[in-house]
Design a protein around this ligand. Structure first.
Ligand SMILES: Cc1cc2nc3c(=O)[nH]c(=O)nc-3n(C[C@H](O)[C@H](O)[C@H](O)COP(=O)(O)OP(=O)(O)OC[C@H]3O[C@@H](n4cnc5c(N)ncnc54)[C@H](O)[C@@H]3O)c2cc1C
Length: 419
């Protein structure tokens, strides 16, 4: 389909939570919206394919990084845990997300799990942590709990951004999948369109406003190809390991992940219970050289350690290069030993750690450095909204934050279109 001659009000690049949310808001306000998505609809976890499409990549010494290149972005793979955006951090940049957060809380299935939906491993870990004097507590989830029952957690119960993509299309937005944006087209100081490979064919498309929501890695690459070279200098990826042990006296393996946990703010890590999907568990067991554990999914309980890493490394010319500092490694060790203490106290045996992986790349197009507090770049009409704009080290599940930023940006775009 050639769309070269059509003039759009807004082109949005990427259909993760940020892009999907902006598209939905703009389409519902009768704007002509074009959504360009590099991937296509896919709900599967197919490791060879994920390696081929760079959804899963190695970032040094066996460490992996995972993101979603598909309709709905990384939210199609996520665990649906919600943390409020840190108000103080955003206040430093003159950003108040409280009204957007209220809107999101009204329209999304956000809240802690009902007691009976907390699985036996998460329950044991919680009891153990509380026994050790820790302020462990339930986490908010993006889950339609009326679709769940104890031991029954259907995929459709987990909210993800494909729902917002669907709403946007129903309100008139056009979605093109298999469409990879390669650069922004500029005229002097103004962004006027994007160049993309649409199902293999190079096309140029034009709009009054352009929003890049291609994720913590993808957006920096597009900006560099558009001569904004500061993008991609440093990024965080919130590395995690999972400390896993064998449990007795209950059936593990089938529960909602990340039901409860605790932020260790000063130390710089987060701990939560984590029951991995079976396939991922098996992959991690092999990667950690524990082939004897591959068939023990139903007997395993685990705690995820997520670290607030520094902004080391770069995203340059399509290459992702991450450097973890000695301080990052020490924080991980601290988190691991706390997780081990809780698991041992809960009765788990034969503990081991999985190899580091990361699931939240961001901070590569920081507010205050590459975009302003309205998320506008150095070009007029060119905005960025996704994990890349997070202004500093992070260490928290980011989805609720990027959704709130997306709602705020949509309001700004609608207002600017009036002027
Ligand atoms: C296993 C796992 C578990 C997670 N669990 C949680 C959790 O519990 N809670 C939480 O808050 N977060 C979680 N996350 C992270 C969360 O999913 C992401 O942080 C969130 O989806 C980021 O949203 P985004 O809009 O910034 O980018 P993304 O969701 O990554 O979306 C970016 C989109 O842009 C598209 N794109 C990229 N490049 C281009 C291009 N050149 N042209 C066109 N399109 C492009 C991609 O295909 C993708 O659709 C998890 C992630 C993983 C991998």
């Amino acid at each position: 389909m050639s769309l070269e001659n059509k003039n759009w009000d807004v082109i949005i690049v990427g259909t993760g939570p940020s892009g999907a949310c902006i598209a939905r808001e703009m389409a519902r306000h009768h704007k002509k919206v074009l959504l360009l998505e590099k991937g296509q609809a896919d709900l599967s976890i197919n490791i060879p394919r994920m390696l081929k499409t760079k959804e899963m990549m190695f970032i040094g010494k066996g460490k992996t990084l995972v993101r979603g290149i598909r309709t709905g972005g990384t939210s199609v793979l996520y665990y649906g845990t919600a943390y409020d955006p840190p108000a103080k951090l955003f206040a430093k940049f003159g950003i108040d997300l409280s009204s957007e957060l209220e809107e999101l809380r009204r329209e999304l299935p956000l809240g802690p799990l009902r007691d009976e939906l907390i699985g036996p491993a998460a329950q044991k870990i919680w009891e153990s942590a509380v026994n050790l004097g820790l302020a462990w507590g339930k986490l908010d989830k993006f889950i339609y709990q009326d679709l769940c029952a104890p031991g029954h957690f259907p995929a459709e119960a987990l909210w993800n951004a494909t729902r917002y993509v669907r709403d946007a299309i129903e309100a008139g937005a056009v979605l093109l999948t298999c469409s990879e944006v390669t650069r922004v087209i500029v005229n002097g100081k103004q962004a006027i369109g994007v160049e993309a490979r649409v199902q293999g064919e190079r096309q140029k498309m034009y709009a009054s406003q352009i929003v890049l929501s291609a994720g913590g890695l993808g957006t920096a690459q597009i900006l560099q190809a558009s001569k904004i070279n500061k993008a991609g200098e440093g990024f965080f990826c919130d590395p995690i390991t999972i400390v896993q042990g064998l449990a007795e006296g209950f059936e593990a393996g089938k529960e909602i992940p990340m039901a409860a946990g605790m932020i260790f703010e000063k130390e710089g890590f987060v701990l939560t219970d984590l029951t991995l999907p079976k396939l991922v568990y098996q992959l991690f067991s092999v990667q950690a050289l524990r082939p004897n554990r591959v068939w023990q999914h139903g007997k395993t309980m685990g705690i995820m350690v997520k670290v607030r890493d520094g902004l080391g490394g770069s995203i340059k010319r399509g290459k992702v290069h991450k450097i973890f500092s000695e301080a990052d490694k020490r924080t991980m060790q601290l988190g691991e030993s706390k997780a081990k203490e809780i698991l041992l106290h809960a009765g788990a045996k034969r503990l081991y750690n999985t190899v580091w992986t990361s699931a939240h790349p961001g901070g590569s197009v920081r507010i205050g450095e590459v975009v302003d507090s309205n998320l506008k770049s150095e070009y007029d009409n060119l905005y960025v909204c996704d994990c890349s704009v997070i202004p500093t080290e992070w260490g928290l599940p980011p989805t609720l934050t990027v959704l709130a930023l997306a709602k705020r940006l949509a309001k700004h775009l609608l207002l600017s279109a009036l002027n």
